[in-house]
Design a protein around this ligand. Structure first.
Ligand code: MN
Length: 191
């Protein structure tokens, strides 16, 4: 049940005080979507969210994504978010959970790439097993990425990284493209 998955999300927030969405309307698109939000909270970080079975499975990525496959970025699982969060951009007022500003740094669709013994497995199963592979079709991020848990301290620490392919990009996309893909705004513009 989507409602059960969102109980943690709802517990942490008072919707009279935060503009964050709380509904998870079904996806109309055939392809599942993803979003990476840049979130200037007590510490600046990025939030990777993948649409899986009616919610957004979420990981906080302190250093943000990299298009360089030699760079592996720490990713820490956070509570499932409602689907409506996918285009949330704005300010979470002081005193609320995650207080600070949020922009949609990248968004688009993805394809599940994970196979096991030649068979496709579901995203749910891949996440459960701690080894997720997907092809991002975003505005900034394109190509195959992986999310793999490190096995240390249970499932607390994962790594998010670009999978190796023919292209070797070394530029810093976070610096080159800091803006929101929805509005063109910088996070500083909201502060
Ligand atoms: Mn966050």
């Amino acid at each position: 049940m989507v409602e059960d998955k969102l109980s943690k999300y709802k517990e942490k927030r008072d919707f009279e005080k935060t503009p964050e969405p709380f509904t998870s309307q079904g996806s109309s698109s055939a392809k599942p979507r993803f979003v990476i939000q840049k979130h200037d909270a007590s510490r600046l970080h990025y939030d990777l969210r993948l649409e899986v079975d009616g919610v957004l499975k979420s990981w906080a990525v302190p250093k943000g994504p990299s298009i360089d496959y030699t760079q592996k970025r720490l990713a820490i699982p956070t509570e499932d978010h409602p689907l409506d969060y996918i285009d949330f951009e704005g300010t979470i007022p002081q005193g609320n959970y995650g207080a600070g500003t949020v922009i949609v740094w990248d968004t688009g669709t993805y394809r599940n790439l994970k196979e096991k013994e030649g068979q496709k497995i579901t995203m749910e199963q891949a996440i459960e097993e701690g080894h997720v592979e997907f092809y991002l079709e975003g505005e900034k991020l394109k190509g195959a990425y992986a999310l793999i848990h490190t096995g240390q301290k249970g499932r607390k620490f994962w790594l998010f990284f670009k999978m190796k392919d023919l292209h070797h990009e070394t530029s810093d996309i976070l610096k080159e493209r800091p803006e929101s893909v929805l509005t063109g705004r910088l996070i500083e513009d909201l502060e």
